[in-house]
Structure formats: structure tokens, C-alpha cells
Design a protein around this ligand. Structure first.
Ligand code: AFP
Length: 322
């Protein structure tokens, strides 16, 4: 089985970008180890703090953020980082060409139940002369990402990665400490009979999503004429991984539960990298109104509605929104 660096070199991926990706993965291997130790290393449970999003921080959120931040800033490959767990961006090497936005531990409420969590990252290029301390350097459309990926800490630790030439899946071989290529080109089937949504928010959704889900639930005797299955892992990284592996539609739609917060998922370090991975595997990713990767970001912690997955099913869902 092939290791990651030669696979990326063959694609013509620049060496400094490969080194940067390997730096991210070095931190992820350490996070993977800490997650796998669970209660043995005293990392489960919450801190007494809240992050910038007003969410209680898990100890593993803090630890994962610190690991990624330290290793990236020390590497010299990044001009700046943005993280779910950091209020502002953090400047790195002013001479570097890349910036990285990441969610250090997506789905961290799952840590206490020994369920799926993962790290999501998005890499963008910036001009040499760009100011490392200016958060505006992160306000790039998803289309401008040069690499996107996630590391899923599950029964095995897996990496889904794209540098714009398809989406590949790697599995961490713990005997060597290397990510080995286990699926060269992931392909999301265009059709599906599976969807993922937090149905407890149903009464807060807007009319088009209400109608779309009602039609899925109506099954064979409803307008769709077939039965649908539902899954919800409460970690986008786990739900998107399932969609990449066997298709499906994943959505976190707008809702009216909290008028100040109509959307849940973050654009720069959740929606954009997942959209790139899914599109590179033949799927679609939209807000319901626009392609996610065409959104012009306004702020680093901006949130958006997300509908992604199997092409035909996403198109059907979008037809309800027109
Ligand atoms: P965290 O990254 O704060 O753990 O949040 C996870 C998440 O943003 C996303 O990964 C899930 O799809 C979603 O939240 C789950 O939301 P519910 O709490 O509504 O199930």
C-alpha cells in the first residue's frame, strides 16, 4: 500500500504543501492516540470554559487545538491559523504561503460516549506580502482551497484528503505510524435512500425542508415512491464519512430555534472543506440557495446551512427550495 507523500507528489502537489499536510497529520496522530486512550489519560469531560461560539469546551477540544496550533505555528509552513476554539486568527511565519482553518475536534460531545470524532481542516494560499495578523486573509471562497480534509478517529483512524484531484481515503497504520492509501478515488453514488438530519429540530425548520423530509418519511407510498433510512452521528465528520463511503444526503438546515443563530455549521472549517471533499468525489454541496464553495465569507466564524451528498438527491432537495 502506498504512503501519502508519493501519492501527492505524483499528482504534482507542491512539496511545501505536502510538508504542511504532513505537519497537520503529525498533530492528528497525536490526537488519535489521546482519543484512543480515553479515560486512561484523563482527557474526557468538559473544562469550565466556553469557546468563542459560546459552547462548553471539552478537555479534548482544548488539547487538540493546542496540539494543532503548536505544531503548525512551529513548522514555519503557515502564515496564520484560524480555529473553532480561537476567537481570532493566530499569526505564524510571515514568509509562509499557506493559511489553515480547522475544527480541531468535531463532534466533541461524542468523546464521553466513545463515539466518532474527527479533525477537519482547510488549506488556502495567500500572497507572500499578505499580513499574517490580518484575519481578512481567511475570507476566501471555498473554491480557493488548495487542500481540504478530515481525520476521523473511529475504530480505525482514517484520513479523507483532496488537493483538487479527487478525494482519497487513507488509513493510519499504527505499526508504522503512516497513513496508507486505502481508496484511491472515493465516489459518492448519485442516488441514495439514506439521509442524515437532526430531526429533533423539525418544528424549527423552514417550509421547504419540512416538506422535503416529510416526503422522504412518507416512503414507498409517498411522492418519492421509495423508502429512506435515517442516520445521525452528531459529528459532521462521521456523517460525511458515511456519505463519502456509500452515498446519502447530509443536512444541517437553517432553523428558527435561536433567531440570533439560524445556522449551526461553520463555513471556513466545516462546510467548505467538506464541500470540497464531497464535490471532488462527484457529490454536491449547497446551502439551499447557493453552492457552498462560492460563498464570499464575511467573518472567520461565519455559519451556514449545509445540504450535501449524493448528486441526484441533493438536486431533489434543492428543487424544494426553488
Ligand atoms: P462540535 O464541533 O462543537 O462538537 O459540534 C459538532 C457539530 O457542529 C457537527 O459536527 C454536527 O453535525 C452537529 O454539531 C451536531 O449537532 P446536534 O447537536 O444538533 O446534533
Amino acid at each position: 500500500m502506498r504512503r501519502l507523500p508519493p501519492v501527492l507528489l505524483e499528482d504534482g502537489c507542491p512539496r511545501d504543501l505536502i510538508s504542511l499536510i504532513r505537519t497537520i497529520l503529525a498533530a492528528c496522530k497525536e490526537i488519535s492516540f489521546r482519543v484512543s486512550q480515553g479515560a486512561l489519560s484523563g482527557v474526557l469531560g468538559s473544562t469550565l470554559d466556553e469557546n468563542i461560539q459560546g459552547e462548553t469546551q471539552k478537555k479534548l477540544d482544548v488539547l487538540s487545538n493546542q496540539l494543532l496550533k503548536d505544531i503548525l505555528l512551529e513548522s514555519g509552513y503557515v502564515k496564520a491559523i484560524a480555529s473553532e476554539e480561537e476567537e481570532g486568527t493566530v499569526a505564524g511565519n510571515p514568509e509562509a504561503d499557506y493559511i489553515v482553518a480547522f475544527d480541531p475536534l468535531d463532534g466533541s460531545s461524542n468523546t464521553d460516549i466513545n463515539s466518532l470524532v474527527g479533525t477537519i481542516f482547510s488549506v488556502m494560499r495567500v500572497p507572500k506580502e499578505a499580513d499574517a495578523s490580518d484575519p481578512a486573509i481567511f475570507l476566501q471562497k471555498g473554491e480557493q482551497q488548495v487542500a481540504a480534509g478530515y481525520v476521523l478517529y473511529g475504530p480505525s483512524t482514517m484520513l479523507a484528503l483532496t488537493t483538487g484531484k479527487g478525494t482519497r481515503l487513507f488509513t493510519l497504520d499504527r505499526t508504522h505510524g503512516s497513513f496508507l492509501l486505502t481508496q484511491d478515488f472515493a465516489s459518492v453514488p448519485a442516488q441514495t435512500q439514506e439521509f442524515a438530519i437532526n430531526a429533533s429540530n423539525q418544528r424549527h425548520w423552514q417550509a421547504p425542508m419540512q416538506q422535503y423530509i416529510a416526503d422522504l418519511l412518507a416512503g414507498k407510498s409517498g411522492p418519492r415512491g421509495k423508502n429512506f433510512n435515517m442516520r445521525w452521528i452528531a459529528a459532521m465528520v462521521g456523517d460525511v464519512h458515511r456519505v463519502l463511503c456509500r452515498g446519502g444526503l447530509f443536512t444541517y438546515p437553517a432553523d428558527t430555534k435561536n433567531p440570533d443563530k439560524p445556522y449551526k455549521l461553520r463555513l471556513l472549517y466545516e462546510a467548505n472543506p467538506m464541500a470540497m471533499l464531497i464535490e471532488q468525489a462527484g457529490g454536491l454541496a449547497s446551502t439551499g440557495e447557493q453552492r457552498i464553495m462560492e460563498i464570499e465569507p464575511q467573518q472567520i466564524h461565519q455559519r451556514v446551512a449545509v445540504i450535501l451528498g449524493s448528486k441526484d438527491e441533493v438536486e431533489t432537495c434543492l428543487s424544494y427550495h426553488q
